[in-house]
Design a protein around this ligand. Structure first.
Ligand code: ATP
Ligand code: LTN
Length: 338
């Protein structure tokens, strides 16, 4: 397939802390097969992470850790553009234009904005409210067709579609209207301690979250402590809707081992929770250990990471510049005299 004919894919993760198994199963892992078929750009969205307070030195570390993790998880810099959002200044510039198209009312209704406002009541900054507009800018800048994300981001992609359609209607056809790609099974991995809530990297309870950098002991300990059942009489694995803890662990087991949930359920039917949780730990450890080793190796090779980021930003900038100048022209800004 000619390069021009390939449809485009864009996605990103915020470098806001330890990347979780939810981020891996809901997002990053699903990106790797897309590289064979599409023109892919994968971004570390550092500007988004500034919407909640960050320690600058930690943000720098988290950003590079995430770039190395992307590659360790199978993203190939020879196939996809891997880059840091702030390295391509057009993201922030297009966001300004899109701010003039997005409505305060629709941003106010975003679930993530409401959640984060509750969690960070002392820092409800404009960036937090504008977050989805910057995300729309990320996506629309590359004329993206497909956006692979977890379930919690679907609302933001829908808003992106609305903004694109509104802009196209107002200023004539400019943006591709993107679609979400949501994995059927991995799109909502739950907290180990509160299995009706999503596993989130900003969860202050470390026992609730499996981080991709957790060592074998931590993984086993957290899974052994995972909430499985509120009914103290039932100690055997049985998958059902009213047992969200067991369902979540079965889902994790099935995704990490490549079996179906039904097969996993059959395998552990009638077995005690101890045996089941240890088996989940074994499979999680066996998948994560090689990723951790590769991430460590990559982080020691700074010049390689820098070359990946330089190439990625160059490729992304080339596309971003074209879209931004088209947008500036359409809205009536005079091109810079060169
Ligand atoms: P934070 O807690 O800082 O808001 P987060 O854990 O929600 O972070 P993001 O950077 O917002 O992580 O998400 C990156 C990607 O991972 C998105 O595509 C998101 O949908 C996906 N994702 C996040 N948490 C989960 C989860 N528990 N299950 C499946 N996918 C998830
Ligand atoms: N908001 C997303 C991260 C993100 C993103 C994007 C995802 C920022 N820009 C563009 C897909 C496409 C999140 O996961 N919290």
């Amino acid at each position: 397939m000619a390069e021009e004919a390939k449809k485009r894919v864009f996605s990103g993760v915020q470098p806001t802390g330890k990347i979780t198994l939810g981020n891996y199963l809901g997002a990053i892992r699903n990106w790797t097969p897309l590289q064979e078929q599409y023109d892919c750009l994968f971004c570390v969205v550092d500007l988004h992470s500034l919407t909640v307070a960050q320690v600058p030195a930690e943000l720098r570390k988290n950003t590079l850790d995430l770039v190395a993790l992307y590659i360790a998880c199978g993203l190939d810099p020879n196939k996809s553009a891997l880059f840091i959002q702030s390295h391509v200044h057009e993201h922030a510039e297009l966001a300004w234009i899109l701010d003039t198209v997005a409505y305060v009312g629709e941003l106010n209704r975003m679930t993530q904005f409401k959640d984060k406002s509750r969690k960070h009541a002392d820092n409800i900054n404009m960036g937090l409210m504008n977050y989805p507009v910057l995300m729309a800018s990320d996506i629309l800048l590359y004329q993206t067709q497909y956006v692979p994300v977890g379930k919690d981001q679907v609302q933001h992609v829908e808003l992106t579609r609305d903004i694109a359609e509104r802009f196209n209607a107002r200023y004539s056809d400019t943006f591709v209207v993107p679609e979400c790609l949501v994995s059927k099974t991995g799109s909502s991995i739950k907290s180990l301690q509160e299995p009706t809530a999503k596993m989130s990297k900003s969860d202050p309870n470390d026992n609730a979250v499996l981080s991709l950098t957790d060592d074998a002991d931590a993984i086993r300990r957290k899974l052994r402590r995972a909430v499985t059942d509120s009914d103290t009489d039932v100690h055997c694995v049985h998958h059902s809707a009213n047992k969200p803890g067991v369902s979540n662990l079965l889902n994790i087991y099935s995704l990490m081992s490549g079996t179906t949930v039904a097969e996993a359920e059959r395998l552990f039917e009638g077995k005690g929770y101890g045996t089941f949780k240890d088996a989940v730990a074994d499979v999680v450890i066996s998948v994560l250990q090689p990723i951790q080793a590769e991430q460590k190796r990559l982080l020691a090779d700074k010049s390689y990471l820098e070359s990946v980021l330089k190439d990625g930003a160059e490729k992304a900038s080339c596309i971003a510049q074209k879209t931004l100048s088209k947008v500036y022209r359409k809205v009536g800004l005079i091109p810079k005299i060169r």
